[in-house]
Design a protein around this ligand. Structure first.
Ligand SMILES: C[S@@+](CC[C@H](N)C(=O)[O-])C[C@H]1O[C@@H](n2cnc3c(N)ncnc32)[C@H](O)[C@@H]1O
Length: 198
């Protein structure tokens, strides 16, 4: 696929990629945004062909969606509850002229996931368990929300069609329904790649 020289340059390292964003966003990257090598492996698995439609649940500033669209042929949508992240990410998408990535502002509980062929999930609800890991104080965090979001995701994962691809980063194996079969693990088992088989 065609990538401009500018885009290729931004994919040369995490630091260079992150430098497109405001400083407060760069400072969150090491802990909260998917590293480029992880994004590359996950995106190639999730989007094996141009018809692949991927949803990133809790997309942050869209690092996974932007990089994923460059590393694969699929279309990437990210849903993110913090509006400032969506604004920052969509600005970069526009500047780079990326056509197969978009960020939507909202809570993932408002979205029907069944129109997507693949799901990416980087432990997005963790800040509701360990408050000191919260990205900022712009949204409410609580253990009740963790339970609510986890239950909703489980229901959605169970409702997805057979063949749905799922990539989880920093998630325990016990959190994924048994109808998803683990295909591959990478990066010290932190990235797990699944397919829904029943
Ligand atoms: C660990 S970051 C991952 C960012 C991105 N997926 C990546 O890999 O670069 C998790 C993000 O999920 C978002 N988030 C958490 N709960 C959410 C919810 N219920 N709906 C939408 N976004 C949510 C947070 O605001 C945060 O930006």
């Amino acid at each position: 696929m065609y990538l401009t020289e500018e885009t290729r340059n931004y994919l040369s390292s995490d630091e260079v990629f992150d430098s497109q964003f405001p400083v407060y966003v760069q400072q969150l990257s090491r802990i909260h945004w998917t590293p480029l090598n992880v994004a590359s492996t996950a995106a190639k698995f999730l989007a094996p062909d141009p018809q692949s439609r991927i949803i990133d649940i809790g997309a942050g500033v869209g690092k996974f969606c932007i990089a994923g669209s460059c590393y694969s042929k699929g279309a990437f949508t990210g849903i993110e509850q913090r509006k400032n992240f969506v604004t920052a990410g969509n600005k970069v998408i526009k500047t780079l002229g990326i056509e197969r990535a978009q960020l939507i502002h909202g809570n993932f509980t408002e979205l029907d996931l069944t129109s997507f062929t693949g799901i990416y999930f980087y432990n997005s609800f963790h800040e509701n368990l360990v408050f000191s890991d919260a990205l900022d104080n712009k949204v409410e965090v609580s253990t009740e929300l963790f339970e609510q979001y986890s239950a909703h995701l489980l229901t959605q994962l169970n409702a997805m069609p057979i063949g749905t691809r799922l990539a989880t980063f920093w998630l325990s194996i016990t959190e994924i329904p048994g109808c998803y079969k683990l295909q591959e693990s990478h990066f010290n088992n932190l990235l797990k790649l699944w397919v829904k088989e029943s």
